[in-house]
Design a binder for this molecule. Structure first.
Ligand code: PEP
Length: 256
């Protein structure tokens, strides 16, 4: 089965309003519309930049999708500092990252919360990008497959096959995020195979084969081709290299 690749940029807590517009415009200027028939491009700016970034791509009729970096599972109410699925949808978000390792390690996000966020997004027809990945200690203990597959099972608990299909999984080894140290294509592929097998056990082979699994962790124009050449790696979730239009667009071109 051929899966459409995804290049998703996670801008994290970077780019103020003006800088975000400039970056979005620079990306848009470098894209060809027909590339977007062959690769799904998603940008995930900070919350306050979502609307202006969307406006740039809409004005250029460039079919770049918008994603958020986090969401709360409740619809509304007394949750100071949080944002709802409805609010994200209202500004044009189709995707949302959940369970990024920075949120798991720095903000204490649990597997249960990741699952609740994924379910809330699915209920609104939005697509979660579910991040999983092991620490260096877990990798060195050689329990990484068990650890990551348990994260996958927890994230998908109670999500029926029909909805699971719309989800994206991003395998991001924590030791490779923002460190310049990339997993080898073999390491990344082995984990993506294990994730796909877990999805096949949870659902069935057809569902698992149809789902897109990304790699994230110091992906850049120099290593993207080797990584995405692997049969089970369907693109990338990119931090640092998504903050410059040239490198981000080079990553997109590598998936054409
Ligand atoms: C990320 O934060 O999802 C990420 C993969 O970051 P980087 O590309 O900078 O390692």
């Amino acid at each position: 089965m051929t899966r459409k690749p995804i290049i998703a940029g996670n801008w994290k807590m970077n780019k103020n309003y003006g800088e975000a517009v400039v970056l979005a415009q620079a990306i848009s200027n470098r894209l060809e519309k027909d590339w977007l028939d062959r690769v799904d491009v998603i940008v995930c700016p900070p919350f306050i930049d979502l609307k202006p970034v969307k406006t740039v791509f809409e004005f250029d009729r460039m079919n770049v999708e918008l994603g958020a970096q986090n969401v709360h599972w409740e619809e509304a109410g007394a949750f100071t500092g949080e944002i709802s699925v409805g609010m994200l949808k209202n500004v044009g978000c189709a995707f949302c990252i959940v369970g990024h390792s920075e949120r798991r390690t720095l903000m204490g996000e649990t597997n249960e919360e990741v699952n609740k966020k994924a379910k809330a997004l699915i209920a609104a027809n939005m697509k979660p990008i579910i991040c999983v990945g092991e620490s260096l200690a877990v990798r060195e203990a050689e329990t990484h497959e068990e650890f990551v597959c348990a994260q996958v099972k927890a994230a998908f608990a109670g999500i029926p096959a029909a909805q699971a299909k719309s989800c994206v999984v991003a395998y991001e080894p924590i030791w490779a995020i923002g460190t310049g140290r990339t997993a080898t294509p073999e390491q990344a592929e082995a984990m993506c195979v294990a994730i796909r097998q877990t999805l096949a056990e949870l659902y069935d082979a057809t569902v698992a084969e149809g789902m897109r699994i990304l790699y994230g962790g110091s992906m850049n124009p120099g290593n993207v081709e080797m990584l995405t050449a692997q049969p089970n790696i369907d693109g990338g979730l990119i931090g640092g290299a998504s903050l410059e239009a040239d490198s981000f667009v080079d990553l997109i071109k590598a998936c054409l």
